[in-house]
Design a protein around this ligand. Structure first.
Ligand code: MN
Length: 329
């Protein structure tokens, strides 16, 4: 852990800017608002910046109304903290727009992290950046508040899909229990972040499920720019569709290719162990976790699809255990 370096860096700083990744999820926003609360409690001036719209479902998060979409032109900071960002592109434009670059602390759990900070703490075994922050806060002897617990439990719940992913350990549940004891409401967090869906998401799933295909263990679908617009979908992830595809009993890997307004193709990968999609996502310029990763490809959609289907089938044949040969016939 980076307890000593972290403490020294924040003690010396007055104006701290916190970034998380574009297309923020519950771990991104939960971690960011928890860190914002900690630093505010320590008397720091904080600025929280997310280069994307905040999904309305996260409106219950403490401090979420303080998150800005842009940097103020005159901003000067003496410390940068990035949370849940695997590389320095993930915070988007605002990080690049900073006039001077003070010390950057990179706290993240993506196995593909590029260690782009001055102080790096990367723990791919952690279920979430929020779980790492919980450990850091305990080490710093932080007096947890119900609001802090709400932010941290949000990160835990969303990155584990409600404590269901293979990396959930007894310790993850203990941390979840401790956060509930401090005042976080698991029912509200689960309902807001996992159950509640805008109608546009169901329309997107409808389109994606209509086009789904299964070949050689690969379950995939595509969504064109027009289809995405018709569904009224605004985010840059498939909002859980890719999980459905990967969870089909005959699938090894699930993939969604979604064409964005600028013609780029956002790709989400999911798989079950022993399959690992993080290497392929990294090779294609993206990153992520062994069982959940993503990348962005150039269009057109049909060309990206052909290339990706080939690569995924090859990966499945390489990673299929010898005793399972023929499993996907
Ligand atoms: Mn995360």
């Amino acid at each position: 852990m980076i307890t000593t370096e972290f403490k020294k860096a924040i003690d010396q700083a007055e104006n701290i800017v916190i970034f998380t990744h574009v297309g923020p999820d519950g771990d991104a926003l939960g971690s960011m608002t928890a860190m914002g609360q900690l630093l505010t409690a320590r008397g720091k001036q904080i600025t929280m910046v997310v280069d994307s719209p905040i999904p309305p479902r996260f409106s219950y998060l403490p401090f979420i109304d303080k998150v800005q979409a842009k940097l103020d032109a005159a901003s000067v900071f003496d410390l940068i903290i990035t949370l849940d960002c695997g590389d320095e592109e993930r915070p988007g434009k605002p990080l690049k727009q900073l006039k001077q670059k003070p010390t950057l602390i990179n706290i993240d759990h993506h196995v593909t992290n590029t260690y782009f900070g001055d102080i790096n703490w990367v723990d791919p075994k952690a279920t979430s950046t929020a779980e790492m922050l919980y450990q850091l806060f305990v080490a710093l002897d932080v007096a947890f508040t119900p609001d802090m617990a709400t932010s941290l439990l949000t990160g835990l719940v969303t990155d584990t899909l409600g404590f269901r992913t293979p990396n959930v350990s007894a310790n993850t549940l203990k941390i979840g229990g401790a956060l509930m004891d401090t005042g976080a409401d698991l029912t509200i967090i689960t309902a807001q972040t996992l159950n509640l869906q805008p109608m546009s998401t169901l329309r997107l799933w409808q389109t994606g499920l209509n086009h789904m295909k299964l070949e050689d263990g690969l379950m995939w679908t595509t969504i064109s720019r027009e289809e995405r617009a018709r569904a009224g979908h605004r985010g840059d992830s498939s909002s859980g569709l890719v999980n459905f595809l990967a969870d089909v009993d005959r699938a090894a890997i699930g993939v969604v290719l979604m064409e964005m307004d600028d013609g780029e193709i956002r790709v989400g990968f999911r798989c079950q162990p022993p399959y690992d999609v993080s290497g392929l996502a990294t090779e294609l310029g993206g990153g992520g976790h062994p069982q959940a990763a993503g990348c962005t490809l150039e269009g057109p959609l049909a060309k990206a699809e052909v290339m990706l289907v080939d690569k995924c089938k090859e990966l499945i044949s390489q990673q299929t255990p010898a005793c399972d040969n023929g499993r996907f016939e």
